[in-house]
Design a protein around this ligand. Structure first.
Ligand code: GLC
Length: 747
């Protein structure tokens, strides 16, 4: 009997862990942890990439399959497909305790259907639509065996030299917090355990977008007040939306690498915010603490990271190689290991993987998501709504160039991006062999909608980023033979994204020279700018009559662009970042402090905070975007002139008139200014926005509700407070809003 006892206990435990669905994931995790050896626990904290489409440096070592079989790998990333994930899961099921693996992937803006890059999606200012985009991405990815996306990236970013601005929601904390919540809800859907829901991951924790010089991976140094005021709220919003995981960032914050930053990962996230999910390191960031000069070796790096709250080690192997010794050396208490393991196991239970490790490995479901036409329609919709009309001035005939008539006789399509296909997916898209065939190029999109009796003339004109001007002559001839020219210029898709910081934001190569040559032909020009970041294009902004910012719009890019160019959709996008006039203006953002010598206008240089050689304003401000119609915002009214801190509510109302010739949408924005504070306060802060559709000639009134909570800010003791005092309120269709009134916040 004695020799059967251990077996009996083990089978009872397994029954309770695997069999009883009714026990909570936390209880089941506790039961399982009691059975795990230290090696098995450390295995759960270890994550490897597959050797395909790696998104970082690959470490070629050992036989990963065997390590999976031995229960030494808790998760893998960059494994795609029902079959491929099943094969690896089958290996995991050969381990002693049969603990399933979780498969992660960067599903940042789509999966089989690629949506606009996140910065472009944010330009829709349509939170529900961004949630829908994430929902579709999750459904498609989950059908391909993915349990976990490393998204949303919620880093506030004020520096367009940083290539990863394309991946987030731009410069504003309020907008970024709403987008963070929407994307988490989209990815996680009706909750983990549904086979169309994936774990989301709020990244990169924290302040990665504030890298000095906009140089990726560079240091971040700021007050805790600024960190809490500007960079942490989108992470808090994600946590409040029950985001399943966090990912830390590569940068050091105030001298301590985020990966070992106990303040943000343990004190703030896990204690103050009471966060119950787990933290995965970014790729190799634990081992990188040696290069940071913060750890002498992998042993010390593993110790500092696990104690600071990094639960899973992506790709550095420091946990695999050193945690056991750290425990034996009593440098790391087993309770810390158990906490990390428990957080990870709870998610595996919530995903239902103990009941059925293969529940996401369903070939039939995968086939249904291989080319979903309805999803493409959503991609087309969000694509056209991401486009920002920057300029559409009247020509000598008194008419604006856009929208173009579909009956235009001869249209010249010129530029290196018209026939591009995968470029339209931008950075952080998931590559598939048939992408080229599935993507609607800009050329094809225009062709699809132009009248059959019209003629398309095409010239590439130049490459994206070299000095070859041999194509200019043909391009000039093409332009001369046409009635109107559409130019499609911009960056290469891999000029923004990770490790893609640029010191110059000008159009690369000889594209601006090509544009100037085409301009000399005197033909009317529509300019499309394709990129993942704000660019600097002053000559075009001064001389080209019609400019559409088309970002990278994904699988349906060509159709989305044509919908706007020909007016089937009246553009309503609004910039999620300030666009600088020169790199010298960076960092530039709308919600800056006044300073003691604010410039009174954009040309004031008289002993004020300004550059003597440049206007004081951005080229295009945050929240800016035109329409084919004209909206008038007027009649700003308040329900009262005072707002009580305790429970008060203030209603702000304006009238919005569509005074132009087209039906269209406008994004009405509410900004506040706290005139005097115990710390200096921004000259404007976005506190509300409403996107509304108005038929031409129609007028609607729009209301916003403000409460004292909306006006809270961090004081110099890093406490979130309200402070009675005078406020100005602004309403408009960009951060340049001038319609203004006052109110008092009262005790
Ligand atoms: C990369 C990125 C991170 C991504 C991870 C896995 O280095 O910084 O955003 O999720 O590695 O690909």
């Amino acid at each position: 009997m004695k020799k059967f006892l251990p077996l009996l206990i083990l089978s009872l435990i397994c029954l309770s862990v695997f069999g009883q669905k009714k026990s909570s994931p936390a209880l089941r995790a506790d039961m399982l942890i009691r059975q795990m050896t230290l090696d098995e626990k450390i295995g759960q904290l270890n994550q490897y990439t597959s050797d395909r489409n790696a998104t970082g440096k690959i470490t070629a070592d050992g036989d990963k399959a065997n390590q999976v079989r031995q229960g030494k790998v808790g998760s893998m990333l960059n494994v795609v497909g029902a079959e491929e994930t099943r094969k690896l899961q089958e290996l995991a099921m050969q381990s002693r305790l049969k603990i399933p693996m979780i498969f992660g992937l960067d599903v940042i803006h789509g999966f089989r259907t690629t949506f606009p890059v996140p910065l472009a999606e944010t330009a829709t200012w349509d939170v529900a639509l961004m949630e829908k985009s994430a929902r579709i991405a999750a459904t498609e990815a989950a059908a391909y065996g993915i349990h976990w996306t490393f998204a949303p990236m919620v880093d506030v970013a004020r520096d367009p030299r940083w290539g990863r601005v394309m991946e987030g929601a731009g410069e504003d904390t309020y907008l970024g917090s709403l987008v963070a919540k929407a994307r988490v809800n989209g990815f996680q859907g009706n909750g983990l355990g549904n086979t169309d829901a994936v774990m989301a991951c709020a990244k990169h924790f924290a302040a990665y977008g504030a890298a000095v010089g906009g140089r990726d991976y560079n240091s971040v140094d700021m007050s805790l007040r600024q960190l809490n005021e500007t960079y942490l709220p989108p992470f808090k919003a994600a946590a409040e939306a029950n985001v399943a995981t966090f990912m830390n960032s590569f940068n050091d914050i105030n001298g301590i690498p985020a990966t070992a930053n106990k303040y943000i990962q343990r004190d703030l996230l896990k204690n103050q915010w009471n966060y119950k999910g787990f933290v995965v390191s970014d790729w190799g960031s634990i081992g990188e603490m040696v290069a940071h000069g913060y750890a002498k070796n992998g042993y010390e790096a593993a110790m500092k990271a696990i104690i600071a709250g990094s639960d899973m080690d992506m790709e550095s192997r420091c946990y695999r190689d050193h945690l056991k010794q750290l425990v034996l050396d009593k440098k790391v208490d087993i309770s810390i290991i158990n906490d990390a393991v428990k957080r990870i196991l709870i998610k595996k239970f919530e995903l239902g993987l103990f009941e059925d490790p293969y529940r996401f490995c369903n070939i039939e479901r995968e086939k249904q998501q291989t080319d979903n036409v309805a999803n493409r329609e959503v991609a087309r919709e969000i694509g056209k709504k991401s486009i920002v009309l920057l300029k559409n001035e009247k020509l000598s005939n008194g008419k604006t160039l856009l929208p173009l008539s579909k009956q235009t006789k001869r249209v010249a399509l010129i530029g290196p991006l018209f026939k591009a296909t995968t470029a339209n997916h931008g950075f952080w898209s998931v590559a598939f062999p048939d992408d080229t065939a599935r993507i609607v190029s800009q050329y094809q999109g225009i062709k699809n909608q132009l009248d059959k009796n019209s003629e398309i003339l095409y010239s590439k004109g130049c490459n994206i980023n070299d000095t070859d001007t041999s194509g200019f002559e043909a391009a000039i001839a093409t332009a001369k033979a046409a009635d109107v020219v559409i130019l499609s210029l911009g960056e290469a898709a891999d000029m923004s994204g990770e490790a893609k910081s640029r010191s110059s934001l000008q159009l690369p190569g000889v594209q601006e020279e090509l544009m100037k040559e085409i301009y000399k032909t005197g033909k009317p020009i529509v300019l499309l700018l394709n990129t993942g970041r704000p660019l600097i294009f002053n000559w075009a902004a001064d001389n080209i009559p019609a400019i559409l910012y088309t970002w990278w719009l994904g699988t349906e890019a060509g159709n989305s662009i044509a919908d706007v160019v020909f007016g089937d959709y009246n553009p309503a996008g609004k910039l999620p970042m300030s666009f600088p006039r020169t790199e010298g203006q960076i960092p530039i953002y709308y919600n800056h402090y006044s300073t003691g010598r604010p410039a009174k206008d954009e040309n004031d240089k008289n002993y004020v905070s300004a550059y003597i050689d440049l206007q004081n304003s951005p080229r295009f401000p945050f929240g800016y975007g035109l329409s084919y119609t004209k909206f008038n915002i007027s009649n700003l009214k308040l329900s009262a002139n005072e707002l009580a801190i305790n429970g008060g509510k203030l209603t702000v109302t304006v009238d919005v008139e569509n005074a132009g010739d087209y039906d269209g949408e406008e994004v009405v924005q509410l900004y506040v200014r706290d005139l005097f504070g115990c710390v200096v306060r921004p000259v404007k802060e976005l506190k509300g926005f409403k996107k509304l559709f108005l038929k031409k000639g129609e007028t609607q009134s729009v209301s916003f509700t403000l409460t004292a909570t909306d006006l809270k800010f961090y004081n110099d003791e890093v406490k979130l407070i309200n402070e009675a005092g005078d406020y100005e309120l602004f309403v408009g269709n960009s951060s340049d809003a001038h319609l203004k009134t006052k109110c008092k916040l009262t005790l």
